[in-house]
Design a protein around this ligand. Structure first.
Ligand code: FE2
Length: 263
C-alpha cells in the first residue's frame, strides 16, 4: 500500500498545484491514498466547502487540518456531514463539530484510518494529544484497521518527535504539519512507524511560510499589524510517499518528495 501525505497547502497556488500535478503523481508513483493538510487553502486562512471540493476533485482523498479549521465560519456547521474533512481529534468532545479521525478506502481496497491531532506547545491549550491518542488507540482499537496515518499539527519539533515515539509501533505513520518548513529527519522508526517532524508546505517558495514578504515583514520590522497576502511565483511542493504492509500496518519506507513547480 502506498500513500502520499502532502504538507499544508497554501491558498490558490496550493490548489492549482493539486489540480495540475496530483493526477500525474498518483499515476506515476502508484499512489493508493492521498491526504493533504488543507487548513490554509481558502485565501491562506481556513477552508471552505468549495475549496475542499476542488481538492477532492483533484485527487485528494482526505483533508486534514489544525488550528485554522475554524477560520471560515460557514464551514463549521458542514463538518459533521463531511467525514473526508478532519479537524484535530483533541479539541474535546463537548459541542465540538466534526470528526478527528475516519476510516477510508484506498484504491486497492485497503481500509486506512486517518487521524488528525494537534500539539499544545505555544498553541491553544486543548486536550492532551498524547492521552487522547491513547484513548483512541486503546479504547477504540477494534474500530481501527491496521493501517493508521496520523497528521500531527504542532509547532515544536520536540513535541512532534515525542509524539512520534509515543505512537511508535501503534500507527503506520506520524507526519508533522503547521510550521510550513520541511524537516530532514524522515525515517521509519524501529517498530514500523514512518515519521517526519514536518512535511513542509505546498505553497509559494519565495514567501514567508506562504505569504508575500511585503505583507509579513512590517510585523517583524516594527511590530505593526499587517494583513497577510498569499505569495506568488514558483510553488514548493512538499510531501512524503510511504509504503505500508496492509496486513500488519507496518511502514517499510518513507520517501520525501520536494519539488519546485513553475506556475
Ligand atoms: Fe496551522
Amino acid at each position: 500500500l502506498r500513500v502520499l501525505m502532502i504538507g499544508d497547502l497554501i491558498g490558490k497556488p496550493g490548489r492549482q498545484v493539486m489540480e495540475r500535478e496530483l493526477t500525474g503523481i498518483r499515476e506515476d508513483r502508484g499512489v493508493d491514498l492521498v491526504t493533504a493538510n488543507g487548513e490554509n487553502v481558502a485565501g491562506g486562512m481556513g477552508l471552505t466547502m468549495s475549496t475542499a471540493g476542488a481538492l477532492f476533485d483533484s485527487g485528494v482523498d482526505v483533508i486534514t487540518s489544525g488550528n485554522h479549521i475554524w477560520d471560515k465560519r460557514e464551514l463549521i456547521p458542514q463538518l459533521d456531514g463531511e467525514p473526508r474533512i478532519l479537524r484535530p481529534v483533541n479539541y474535546g468532545t463537548e459541542g465540538v463539530p466534526g470528526h478527528g479521525w475516519g476510516v477510508f478506502h484506498a484504491t486497492d481496497g485497503t481500509e486506512v484510518a486517518v487521524i488528525n491531532a494537534q500539539g499544545r506547545s505555544t498553541m491553544i491549550p486543548i486536550d492532551n494529544p498524547f492521552t487522547e491518542m491513547d484513548k483512541l488507540l486503546d479504547g477504540g482499537a477494534d474500530a481501527l484497521p491496521p493501517v493508521r496515518l496520523v497528521d500531527f499539527h504542532c509547532e515544536l519539533t520536540s513535541e512532534k518527535t515525542a509524539f512520534g515515539l509515543h505512537l511508535e509501533g501503534r500507527v503506520s505513520a506520524v507526519v508533522g504539519t503547521h510550521t510550513h518548513v520541511p524537516t530532514a529527519d524522515h525515517r521509519v522508526l524501529a517498530r514500523g512507524t514512518a515519521y517526519v517532524s514536518d512535511l513542509g508546505m505546498t505553497g509559494p517558495l519565495d514567501s514567508v511560510i506562504g505569504f508575500e514578504p511585503e505583507t509579513v515583514l512590517p510585523r517583524f520590522m516594527n511590530g505593526l499589524p499587517t494583513r497577510f497576502a498569499v505569495g506568488s511565483g514558483p510553488v514548493f511542493f512538499n510531501a512524503v510517499l510511504i509504503d505500508i504492509d496492509p496486513g500488519s500496518g507496518a511502514a517499510h519506507s518513507i520517501e520525501r518528495i520536494s519539488r519546485i513547480i513553475e506556475m
